[in-house]
Design a protein. Sequence first.
Length: 73
Amino acid sequence: PYQGMMVRPKSKMTALILCLLLGVLGGHQFYTGKTGMGIVYIFTGGLFGIGWLIDIFRIASGSFRDKWGYPLV
């Protein structure tokens, strides 16, 4: 992150719940700070459902990261 900027860790469980419930609308993308991808998810239906399914597995496996590249905790 930017020097001197404090970044709060994002919860893996919160991101997973948002992805399951609002994944097609990019809820988990907005939560992790990825606003641009969130907007893309809104207009494409979670990248036509494929991106949404991939994100479920990425969050569950621990490989999904927030906007600043930190893993979800």
